[in-house]
Design a protein around this ligand. Sequence first.
Ligand code: ATP
Length: 229
Amino acid sequence: MLTLDDVHAYYGKSHVLEGVTMEVRAGELVALLGRNGAGKTTTLRSIAGITTTTGRITFDNQDLRGREPYEIARRGVALVQEHRGIFGVLTVEENLKIALRKGGRWGLDDVYAMFPRLRERRRNGGRALSGGEQQMLAMARALVNNPRILLLDEPTEGLAPVIVDEIVRILKAIRESGMPVLLVEQNLAVCEALADRHYILEQGRIVYTGSAQAFKADRAVRDRYLALS
Ligand code: ATP
């Protein structure tokens, strides 16, 4: 349903995406991996219309490329960025209510059931949340907007192992709800626990794609493209 075909992106003169071709099909959780600076964040920002690109990006056969970020969001593409964009002066519940789009699968009660921690902290200010709670709020806020696909940029980065486990549990439930997800993630264990398929990006190009099973079996690929340099 989401396809990128020969997508190029530049920051000034630096050519950051050099022809990215990939897809996320209905109901899939797809992991996009790669070393620091490979272009993973840029790929998500390109889909969301924040970074200017050439090539073709479609969602349900409609062109996204060249549209404004708000138009892309309105078509149901939700990007949860690393700097999570929580409103610190608002409570957890107020942050959720701003994003709420009624009539879809996800309402306040649904996200509170999925994120019990947020229910407990619903009257707390955004500023009082831990990093993990902020990440949960960012994900919950994306969900209550009732998107049709979620793009997640390193949701477990910098979080304690118990919180990472909690995020994995939540992502499993999101996947089971049928929501397609494109997940940028450096934590291999997280990817392996969740993804139906994997792509590896290196220097702005997709250098590997494989099913969860193929990826697990292929140690050489992991050593070659993902080992810390
Ligand atoms: P990381 O895991 O470090 O976030 P990444 O794979 O997400 O890495 P990107 O953030 O997409 O990589 O960055 C790709 C390249 O583009 C890097 O070389 C980075 O330095 C460069 N870059 C990113 N943002 C900008 C910017 N705003 N201006 C100039 N160069 C940028």
